[in-house]
Design a protein around this ligand. Structure first.
Ligand code: AMP
Ligand code: MG
Length: 325
């Protein structure tokens, strides 16, 4: 079973190819082109234009890398949401064109589920509590009664967005996460707002306070360090409670922010304390990518696969809880 997957929910246009043989999954290609801008902000229309202009080239690269032709592919999968409307539309159109032209099964894939499924494939985790931390999403996800459920999430902006926002205010450029991580190594602790409400958390008040303290002349290194300590502790606290509630024995960390060594360290300490296994998705598969859509296309084909392209569409607000497993 060969599946070609297209990712286009946000900044990344990705095309991946996955195969399942003898019950085992493997990634054959994972090509991408990422929209970037000097000024930080992402206007959905500009991003969609980027995706449309590179789609053909990224598709060709993926097929060449995998050494297969479109004819050999069994399933075409696309990231159907959640994401930015105009960007989603590009992936949907390319997928529908390919499915129609080559008479293939098409599978709409939930982007958040795809982050979890590729995490399971590459780390061999079985049934984890997943912390998905990226530029657009921050969620704690686990499977319960054969459905993925969100056990905690941000009430406003995503953690990656919060890091990028503060970095922009501080003139650090984009993406801000790695620069904040670097500066944090030389920082000391400054108390900041710590906002956990039930199992959810919030970052925008924290960013506002950081910006205020920056204007007041606090050392940038201290603010970067304290930002990480507060924001990461908020998420680790909620993950720990999700573990206690679900009684799961694994934590899976994924998304672009998963690359942060301090976040990894804090989660590892918490997991070690509870005798829980801690797994980090490698960078290539942690950020948005086409391989995760291809692999999830194979996983979900029995449920969502169809040859009727009018039966599927992208959905800007498709939540992972709504996915029928
Ligand atoms: P994604 O949306 O999953 O592609 O992830 C992009 C986000 O990850 C951006 O907000 C980056 O600032 C953030 N990011 C990347 N590397 C790091 C890092 N080392 N520490 C913190 N955030 C990071
Ligand atoms: Mg993502």
């Amino acid at each position: 079973m060969l599946c070609l997957g297209i990712e286009s929910t946000a900044h990344t246009l990705g095309v991946g190819i996955a195969v399942k043989e003898n019950g085992r999954g493997r990634i054959l290609a994972n090509e991408k082109s990422v929209f970037t801008t000097e000024h930080g902000g992402m206007r959905p229309r500009d991003v969609a234009e980027h995706h449309a202009s590179v789609a053909r080239e990224v598709l060709d690269r993926a097929l060449e890398k995998a050494g297969v032709s479109v004819k050999e592919i069994d399933i075409i999968a696309f990231s159907a949401g959640p994401g930015m409307g105009p960007c989603l539309k590009i992936g949907e159109i390319v997928a529908k064109y390919l499915a129609l032209k080559h008479d293939k099964v098409i599978v709409p894939v939930n982007h958040c589920q795809a982050h979890v499924e590729i995490g399971l494939l590459v780390t061999k985790a079985k049934d984890p509590v997943t912390l998905y931390v990226s530029g657009g999403n921050t969620q704690i996800i686990a499977k319960l009664n054969n459905r993925y459920r969100v056990f905690g999430e941000t009430l406003d902006i995503a953690i990656g967005n919060a890091l990028d926002k503060f970095a922009r205010s501080a003139g650090l450029g984009f993406p801000g996460g790695p620069k904040i991580e670097e500066l944090a190594r030389k920082g000391r602790f400054v108390p900041l707002p710590y906002v956990v409400k039930g199992m959810d958390f919030s970052f925008s008040g924290l960013v506002t306070e950081l910006e205020r303290k920056l204007e007041q002349g606090y050392r940038l290194e201290d603010l970067c360090y304290s930002f990480q300590e507060h924001a990461f502790a908020m998420m680790v606290e909620a993950v720990e409670r999700a573990l206690a509630h679900t009684e799961k024995r694994e934590v899976l960390l994924t998304g672009g922010v998963a690359a942060n060594k301090r976040l990894q360290e804090m989660l590892r300490v918490m997991c070690d304390d509870r005798d829980v296994k801690f797994l980090v998705v490698p960078k290539e598969y942690a950020g948005d990518n086409g391989a995760m859509i291809a692999w999830t296309g194979i996983v979900m084909a029995p449920t969502y696969g169809t040859k009727d392209i009018t039966a599927v569409k992208s959905m800007q607000r498709w939540r992972i809880e709504e996915v029928e497993l």
